[in-house]
Write a new protein. Sequence first.
Length: 733
Amino acid sequence: MNTLDKFENLNAEQKQALIATDGAVLVTAGAGSGKTRLLTHRIAYLIEKMNIRPENILAITFTNKASNEMKDRVAKITPDGRFVWISTFHSMCVRILRSHINRLDPTYNQNFSIYSDSDSEKVLKVLIAEKNLSDSKIIKNVLFHLSNMKNNNISLFDYKKELEVFPDGQTIYDLMKGYEENLAENNALDFDDLLTKTYALFQACPDILYFYANRFMYILVDEFQDTNKIQYELVKQLASVHKNIFVVGDEDQCIYTWRGANFRNISNFTKDFEDVKVFKLEQNYRSTKTILNLANKLIKNNKSRIDKTLWCDNGEGEPVAYKQLYDEQAEADYVAKTIHDLVQNSGASYNDFAILVRFNALTFPFEEKLLSYDIPYKIYGGFKFYERVEVKNILAYLRLFVNQKDEQALIRVINFPKRGIGDTSIQKIREISKNCNVPMFEVCLNLDTFALPSALKNKILPFVNTFKRLYAEFELQDLDSFAREVVEAFNIKSAYNSNSQEDFDKLANIDQLLGSISTYAKKNPDDSLSDYLQSVSLISDLDNMGDDGNVTVATMHAVKGLEFKNVFLIGLEEKVMPISRAYGDDSQMEEERRLMYVGITRAKERLFLSNSQTRYLYGHRDYMMVSRFVSELDLVPKFEARPKNLSASSQTSLNQVDHIRTSLKNGNAYVNFLSKQAKDISIYAIGQTVLHSKFGLGTILDIDLESKTADIDFKSFGVRTLMLEIAPLKIIK
């Protein structure tokens, strides 16, 4: 193939950026604008048109997946592309440090270990034990400060001043110092060290910096908006000789500032390099005009950005659908019904759909409904609800009250939250259990009877006393109240008390689990804790039954860089999207808006937006205000009021289907994808026995003709409310 022929599929703006080979180049690439295509073709252009040796080209990406994809694409375009140094920042730094780290610090050698997060935690646990400190909270604080120090390229000496404002600043500093000394003694680096040590190496050894900066005549950086301070400094170092640096980014898609990313590096780039050529990629190849118009309308509300407007030649496409539902159950029903009807009537496949949420606790009602209607799904970038550790921990606590011989449940909870009962202590309990032929938990419950070390007995005793107190009353309490008492009495939420996104998600998952227990208890008032746990166990097994074509359920963060034909953005309410901690902080609110923008621009053909008027969140059910982003899209008046005049029965119902108006202020009516031949629900009657494809036999307890739903009692799964038009039911008698 002629070299120039390879670039005929690039548009005019891409071609201009392609041939601007010398000096500093900044490409602001909007969502779906073909930036990866441009990057890979530029590498081919440098090799075949400019006759640059592939080993003199460096391309940096952010994930191993992106790196491998770029390697494959480049190799397909030009055979010599396999010799280009394409890697993540961390992989690049490992490669450099393996050759030169002893020049920076003679105590290190090229065989250094790379510590994972769990390795780092273990180091800190040892240090904390030596100082007789409680590690329930301080580990998270120390890890945060270590990462913050390294990502911002601050020395430990200088960072000590940053800690002076904290009451426990000296303790944190001492642990950070001990941690750094421990890593050096063990010839080990953590992931942040890979970047900071490489930067320090270049600073300390100009000859090594010159070797690499001179070697890489052309440097390309993808997702430049996600670089942090230390990564940007490394880029500047490597480009210091030839100054041929090509960066591609989109500040509108910077959604990782909470982990150090700085979208302002894009504007800093134009100041730090001379005669920067700037190109805008605004032609979108992914979405319809209707979807792009919505995205443009939203993101223009952000002030910290380079102005650009996405456009496309893809046609107007389907109108964007916006729908208000009563609660999260109705919202999940609406989504499931829409997916079902599009698959049945429009030739869509399940893998054409994505349900996107702000944080992963919101996935639970959708997982339940998709399972109920036999719609296959996968959780992208995360675990299904009942597989999440914080959920499994609480269920393990509950299991112990039902079965005190459950050894696995005991092992999971005996040191959660942290009680200083490690693997060695657990092994001692297990040995006594085997020697005396009694369950492990019986050993714990009768500490005076068995020969355990006094120190270990003192650690177990508070746990055992709490269990005994709750066990004496658990059969007298309702299921809902007892579950909440367990979480409270064992202080489970204390394990997630940092301000991190991860802990926020875990706490939200705990609240979601408690909400689901409350729902189960209301629908199944006569069921015991054992009945509930059986239902959960069976549901978990069904969750593991997969299919090749799956609906994707994911957070908006997890799907950055992906695309789907049909996208549902759900939970568009204040305190959810945008999240509550963004209130009063303009920079965080702009990041929330960028996250919403990323969600919108994942859609290729159809986009569905929805919110609930009431939602179980943060431990209780509350009325919700429509997200400000929905009003910025002109789908509702600005900050539409809370729902008014709902009846008491409506307020408590968890299964009322949508009765709220559907509207699009711009005149586009929601397209309701009704079944071509709607299922006749008159065939169902109260008292009938029906067979569900997943839940087995059930008895119809009640039918609501207006909402076309039925309450069905499935023996092993409890009472469930299902939409009769799409539920996979067969009448038995």
